[in-house]
Design a protein around this ligand. Sequence first.
Ligand code: FES
Ligand SMILES: [Fe+2]
Length: 376
Amino acid sequence: MLTKTQVRQLYRETGEAQGLPGFVYTSEDFARAEHEKLFARTWMCAGYAHEIAQPGDVLPRTVAGVPILFTHDRSGQIGCFHNICTHRGSLLVPEAKSGAQTLQCRYHAWTFDLAGNLRATPHWGGHNEPKANGFDRSCHGLKPVRMARWHDWLFVNVDGNAPPFEDYAAPFLKHFQEYDLDQAVWTTCLPFDINGNWKLVAENYLEVLHLPYVHTVLAEAAPFQEHDVITDGACLGTVIDTGLPASWSEDNLPRWPGIAADAQNAKNMALFPNFKLVIGPDHCCSMVEFPQGASKSHQRWDFYFVGDGGQDARYGAARDAIIEFYRKTNVEDFEAVEGVHAGHMSPAMTGAQFSGVWEGAVHHFQKLVADAMVED
Ligand code: FES
Ligand SMILES: [Fe+2]
């Protein structure tokens, strides 16, 4: 774990601080501790409403090492529960499914509805006797997991003790107030697997100093010196007033309501620890890390365009151009991140130095990690 000296060095001014040492990124012990001390205690993005769009859809996930389950019940509600049977703890739903009326445990056939209520307990009180004296089914429903929904994105707080999502995320949410995200229509998902710690993937996103060296095309369109750095509570990121092509194809995609026809601005904002949203005048892309131990990360990028019009076939070339632009940028980043991860295996990696001008968000991110990991 981190020593007091390491924490003290981290908490100096950005330009004088020493960052987190290599083992924080490469130790499996540290990665396991993150489950309990960090991921379970905060708000993690863990799913998408479009994945459970219909009543009867159920979606298992693992967050903070804990199996959870999203459900879309018959009344149209999206719920989140611990994915374990309340009888003797069997995993309840091993894989996603559609059209489910109920959830039946494979072990002794306890059966739950999609709102989590326990509906059937066969032979519980004797042969062909489902009831037993003193046993109240209504006390043994699925255990809820605290969940918050923001547009398509589903966040969970596994330990149930984090501040309300609206408070926690307020510094992040305010950056998107001018966008009518109710108009965001999910279009496609790009999954990525990276040989690197999730924190290095996240940190890479939080600074623009690498643009001229890693992203030659992007750097021309969005020079790093034109970005502003944001650090505000759980919100970190960069914003730029220009930078995106004015047009991605001959047909201009529909823009967010109220966004100027010639706007080219982009916001790249992260909500600690694992959610990011990039938004341009006519699209947005969410980026979510799903940590896989110390040295691997799964990431998915989901693309949204504006309204039903943004799905029109005539904009196919424009949508493809945007998605390919992002995909190429991410592949360039992964090569860089994998190099950084390899370097962090060395005992000589005693902590990063930060540019006081450009790397304030990386420094802030590391302090948020340290805040979570040194308590107790
Ligand atoms: S463990 Fe699920 S019914 Fe027994
Ligand atoms: Fe990058």
